[in-house]
Design a protein around this ligand. Structure first.
Ligand SMILES: [Zn+2]
Length: 403
């Protein structure tokens, strides 16, 4: 058998769990295809960051791509901005925003009645606001938006204007450090100007007329500075693609310049069209060296504490993964990004089961794909950050250390 040239990384978002009545959802679910992958490969358990560190999906994916989250992660703002397609530059400061409803200085609805049609509002803000720094303001999904300030001497060390709960006063942005004073002033100026534009915008006048809450204020949070970005192809010399339905993962893909391939009917929920995502991933492997396929639904079931739903969805993933079983001459890797245990209803630090198949892999004795079986495999216990270097070695893409 030769050497693999390509890598398919399948991320079963949040599928990893703890035992419930003695068995985990991965153990209870019907998973003939995942078991075939485990049986045909080398297995182990993997700490998303390090033992005991509970990760978000964003930092967990950074680690899976071999970027040290402690070095590169600067908050949600830059990822949100990258996710809506803003090309970030070193020195930018990026934020997540909400279109919200304010009445007499009180935020009565942080989501402005879950408004969706914000394109005109975002455009009006982009065109109408004048600041002492360059502004890029774009709508995101639903009531969300992303904002970037570009210019000299900007700082991410500012407070959020978002009070985080309804029926509280909107806040002014404050500087957390003296050098952030100017940035805080620019943001407060932005909020004031945006408010004036929104208040008189025809779309809001119409919303008020039909009894819907107007999107008359922008809430800001998640400030993060953009550092120098080492793109995926600069780091590895590989052409990468990402297939996902969640903004954060898409944002990470775009930030590191992996091609984002959109899939129709992919929702990120348990109703997602995952057959289409798998098909897209296989298609993308034709002209990419590396494809990250994120399948989200099991994470949602974990957050909702729905064990039956989680088991069913893992079974649905397994069926959808059928077409990847026959892939030859490439590495196929299956791993969750982190655990989302039913009992915790949030992410936990528990390590996840990882399986690597393909040419050159030292196949071990693991017979099933789950957290407990994987722990007996040939990889033992590794960190997500170790995965890419190992895969790079398996595709013969590493430089020798020493002579
Ligand atoms: Zn996740």
């Amino acid at each position: 058998m030769g050497i693999a040239k390509k890598i398919l990384l399948v991320v079963l978002d949040g599928a990893s769990d703890r035992p419930i009545g003695g068995r985990t959802p991965l153990q209870m679910a019907e998973t003939p295809n995942l078991d075939l992958i485990a049986r045909g490969g080398i297995n182990g358990i993997m700490d998303p960051i390090a033992p005991g560190i509970r990760p978000g999906s964003d930092v967990a994916h950074l680690a899976l791509l071999g970027y040290d989250p402690y070095e590169v992660y600067t908050g949600r703002g830059p990822l949100e901005a990258a996710g809506v397609g803003i090309r970030l530059k070193e020195g930018d400061v990026a934020f997540r925003c909400n279109f919200a409803t304010m009445k007499d200085g009180i935020i009565v609805d942080r989501r402005a009645g879950r408004i969706r049609d914000t394109a005109e509002l975002a455009k009006a803000i982009q065109e109408g606001v004048n600041l002492d720094a360059e502004l890029i303001f774009k709508k995101s999904t639903g009531h969300r938006a992303a904002m970037v300030l570009r210019g000299e001497g900007l700082s991410p060390h500012v407070t959020a204007s978002d009070p985080k709960h309804d029926h509280m006063h909107a806040r002014k942005v404050d500087a957390l450090r003296p050098e952030a004073e100017r940035t805080a002033n620019i943001l407060n100026e932005f909020i004031e100007q945006a408010e004036k534009i929104l208040e008189t915008h025809p779309l809001n006048i119409e919303r008020k007329r039909i009894g819907k809450p107007p999107a008359n204020v922008i809430l800001i949070r998640g400030a993060g500075a953009v550092q120098k970005i080492e793109t995926f192809s600069e780091k590895y010399g590989l052409k990468g693609a990402v297939i996902a339905a969640t903004g954060l993962v898409i944002g990470i893909g775009r930030m590191y310049e992996l091609d984002y391939i959109e899939t129709e009917g992919a929702t990120g929920g348990v109703d997602s069209n995952i057959d289409a995502k798998v098909k897209n991933a296989i298609g993308a492997l034709e002209d990419h060296d590396f494809v990250l396929l994120n399948i989200k639904g099991a994470d949602e079931s974990g957050h909702d504490g729905l064990i039956e739903e989680k088991i069913q969805f893992i079974g649905k993933i397994d069926k959808a993964l059928g077409p990847i079983i026959g892939l030859k001459d490439m590495l196929v890797v299956v791993t969750p990004d982190h655990s989302t245990p039913i009992a915790v209803r949030d992410h936990s630090a528990d390590p996840v089961p990882v399986a690597i198949t393909g040419p050159g892999v030292r196949v071990d004795n693991v017979r099933a794909y789950d957290e407990i079986s994987a722990a007996t495999g040939g990889l033992s216990r590794i960190r997500s950050m170790d995965l890419m270097p190992m895969l790079m070695d398996l595709i013969d893409h590493t430089k020798k250390f020493g002579a």
